[in-house]
Ligand binder design. Structure first.
Ligand code: B12
Length: 446
């Protein structure tokens, strides 16, 4: 079977940049780059049996920004490859682009079977109840996708595939519940097939460094931060990679001097992470690593950070979220603001750069912006980012805040737009968030 995997383009919406004062604009993030690890995982599962191609629309647009627009590139790929199955992935802000992809695939090749998976279908499958979508897969879906493609090959109906939502009588309905328990971090782990991004890997850079790739050491998160989508998607469960499997994967990444851990939190189990750091250090694998670590992990486990520095940890992305304890409590972030300062000290003592991120809630007034700016100016992080509190569709937080939502355009659910009602005039609120980006500037962007 010919399977075309399509990585959707980025959402074009960035209201922080749109309203930022000219001085701050150059520092507002406009894009994050990196390989689509989920699709590369699916490719590994499919490839021994099927002819698989990847159209990496983020990478292609970065490689040739002046080239054809994303849908024209998809049209060419569909005409040239004539796939039997088109599969794509979506986070909230990429949902509209994902639907455009599947609509074009259906209109161009009416016989093609279309399927979507990833975080947004997992959290709110109803967003994909569209005549262009034949099937929706929730969760870590490599085994289900394999079954689906096998069924298509055998000419069997999609309704014969377990654990899938399919279009039946005009609506998405579950097929038989799956009896399979998927452990995508361990038993059902597939090594992402990075050969499919060879063409665009030069676009995966971190500032001047790269090419960079992703690996994950864990899936899921135990914490319950209100704004995060990971715990609702994984029911608060965490599964860890086997250390030998991860070290082996790292040892195979000859083309990538920079590796970012794509974990929700790279230290769900500090003891495990310490063993992983030691295993990497003694394996002879030499990389510059980037991890997402919590401030309270660093303040409580300074020796762990030293071990990570010894194995190559160079940059940490740290969700500070707020400098005020009452706001941290509101976000259900189980950490104290004082941990931030302690953590930054620990990271810097180990020579690790810190990119801290603050969340700005829509009820901020001028005084709050000034207090945050004063705090951030006095703080020695290498780079700070400021995003807007956003209730991600399909999460309990979205249901809680539903009555305050003023914008339902999913392309705007990317933490860079304001979808909730503000207390300040909206344009002033956005301009003030944009202004914060001028406070600190470093020479790298992650
Ligand atoms: C790596 C990453 C990225 C990469 C994605 C590369 C790409 N796809 O092109 C980059 C850096 C580009 C990125 C960008 C952004 N990201 Co991001 N990112 C992540 C991160 C850290 C890891 C994702 C990952 O690789 N997981 C591991 C893989 C193996 O799992 P997976 O992708 O879920 O895939 C599995 C299943 O979902 C399923 N599956 C997935 N797709 C499909 C398709 C089919 C057909 C099937 C059957 C199954 C299936 O099977 C896969 C294999 O098991 C997550 C946080 C996290 N830890 O998950 C945030 C996260 C996904 N990102 C997020 C956000 C908000 C963004 C940005 C919008 C941020 C911003 N404001 O700039 C941007 C968007 C683009 C931009 N503006 O540049 C949010 C999404 C929230 C939401 N509800 O939408 C997350 C959850 C972070 C968070 N905690 O809030 N991101």
């Amino acid at each position: 079977m010919k399977v075309l995997l399509v990585n959707p383009p980025r959402s074009p919406c960035n209201e922080i940049w749109d309203f930022a004062p000219p001085l701050a604009r150059p520092f507002v993030h406009r894009k994050l780059v990196g390989p689509p690890l989920g699709l590369l995982t699916l490719a590994c599962a499919l490839r021994p049996h099927h002819d698989v191609r990847l159209l990496e629309l983020k990478g292609e647009m970065d490689l040739e920004p002046q080239g054809p627009e994303p849908m024209a590139r998809l049209r060419s790929a569909l005409d040239e490859f004539a796939p039997d199955v088109v599969a794509t992935t979506a986070i909230a802000s990429e949902t509209p682009a994902c639907l455009d992809i599947l609509r074009l695939a259906k209109s161009r090749c009416p016989e093609v079977v279309t399927v979507v998976g990833g975080l947004q279908p997992t959290l709110r499958s109803s967003d994909f109840d569209d005549s262009s979508v034949d099937a929706v897969v929730k969760g870590h879906g490599a085994p289900v996708l394999l079954d689906l493609v096998r069924a298509v090959e055998a000419g069997a109906p999609l309704s014969s595939v377990e654990g899938l939502l399919t279009r039946t009588e005009g609506a998405l309905r579950w097929t038989r519940p799956s009896t399979r328990v998927v452990d995508a971090a361990d038993r059902d782990f597939f090594v992402p097939d990075r050969s499919l991004v060879d063409r665009v890997k030069s676009t995966y850079t971190v500032g001047p460094y790269g090419p960079a790739t992703y690996v994950f050491s864990s899936l899921g998160c135990h914490h319950r931060c209100s704004f995060c989508s990971i715990w609702p998607a994984c029911d608060g469960q965490v599964s860890l990679r086997r250390i030998d499997s991860l070290v082996e994967e790292l040892a195979g990444l000859d083309d990538y001097p920079v590796v970012r851990f794509a974990d929700a939190n790279s230290a769900p189990d500090p003891e495990y992470l310490g063993r992983l750091a030691d295993a990497i250090a003694s394996s002879g694998v030499r990389k510059d690593f980037i991890m997402d670590l919590r401030a309270d992990t660093a303040s409580a486990h300074p020796r762990l950070i030293e071990r990570l520095a010894r194995c190559g940890l160079k940059v940490v992305i740290c969700g500070f979220e707020s400098f005020r304890n009452d706001e941290l409590k509101r976000y259900r972030k189980s950490a104290q603001a004082s941990a931030i300062e302690a953590a930054v000290g620990v990271f810097h003592e180990c020579g690790i750069l810190v990119r801290g991120n603050y969340v700005v809630p829509p009820d901020y007034l001028a005084d709050d912006f000034e207090a945050l700016a004063a705090h951030a100016s006095a703080f020695p992080v290498n780079l700070a980012g400021y995003t807007i509190l956003t209730p991600m569709p399909g999460t309990p937080f979205h249901d809680e805040l539903e009555s305050r939502i003023v914008d339902k355009d999913l392309a705007k659910y990317n933490f860079f737009c304001c979808v909730l009602e503000t207390v300040l005039p909206r344009e002033e609120f956005l301009a003030r968030v944009g202004g914060l980006w001028a406070i600190r500037r470093g020479d790298f962007a992650v």
